[in-house]
Write a protein that binds this ligand. Structure first.
Ligand code: ZN
Length: 235
């Protein structure tokens, strides 16, 4: 589970950044279009002015239709859960499904400008985490099956609890380890390890060869205790 999460997070930083940019650009454009309204930049002929105005209105409408306005609190919960369980590049799909129901995967791919296999990959990852659900229907004309997707927003509070509980568990394990072991650290701060490992290296830093000293980890322990208290209040 932990390693899977890591791949999702660090596997495709470029895609993730692209997804983020897409959301930011869409939101920014909506804002810009709303501000400028139907008064586009100066144009010489009336005809082109009208054409541009129509185009502006259409674009604004499209973007508004794609990304519904949602409250900050709602956005925060969605972001936290989706990023943690699937990855940032899945966010556009989730936002897109707000206020919609039974959306065909082909429509999702087309509207969000994703390749169909990329869209499917993200959709199934979201499904595995119970963030989305789908129904399969046979297309009467084409004869193949198409999945129609829904956002299970009601599951989010439970997923958030699960995430917090799992973080809490890890912190508690770490605290246990910090409280019961002795740690050694290189004077140049390259490495830090517990007594057993330090002994394997004869208490010499494997990076620079400097002698490793026993480290006072009281501050680490205090930090972990604080974090645990904080998360305990959330569950
Ligand atoms: Zn060192």
């Amino acid at each position: 589970m932990a390693s899977k999460k890591k791949t999702a997070k660090t596997g495709k930083p470029a895609a993730s950044a692209a997804a983020k940019n897409k959301i930011a650009a869409a939101l920014k454009n909506t804002e810009k279009s709303r501000k400028s309204g139907a008064s586009p930049a100066k144009t010489t002929s009336k005809e082109s002015k009208d054409a541009k105005a129509t185009k502006d209105v259409k674009t604004t409408k499209d973007i508004k239709a794609k990304f519904q306005k949602i409250s900050e609190e709602r956005r925060k919960l969605i972001e936290e859960v989706v990023k943690e369980l699937v990855g940032e590049d899945a966010l556009t799909i989730v936002y897109y499904l707000i206020g919609r129901t039974k959306v065909s995967e082909f429509v999702i791919a087309q509207e969000l400008d994703l390749e169909i296999h990329k869209a499917r990959n993200l959709l199934y990852k979201l499904f595995e985490q119970n963030i989305l659900s789908f129904i399969r229907k046979k297309d009467k004309i084409k004869g193949w099956y198409i999945c129609y997707w829904d956002f299970n927003e009601r599951s989010l509070p439970f997923l958030k609890e699960k995430i917090t509980a799992s973080k809490l568990n890890k912190l508690k394990e770490r605290l246990e380890k910090e409280s019961t072991s002795t740690f050694y650290m290189c004077k140049n701060a390259c490495t830090r390890m517990d007594f057993e490992r330090a002994m394997e290296f004869n208490f010499k830093c494997p990076e620079c060869g400097e002698l490793m000293d026993e480290q006072n980890n009281m501050r680490t322990i205090e930090f972990l205790q604080e974090r645990i208290k904080e998360l305990d209040r959330q569950v």
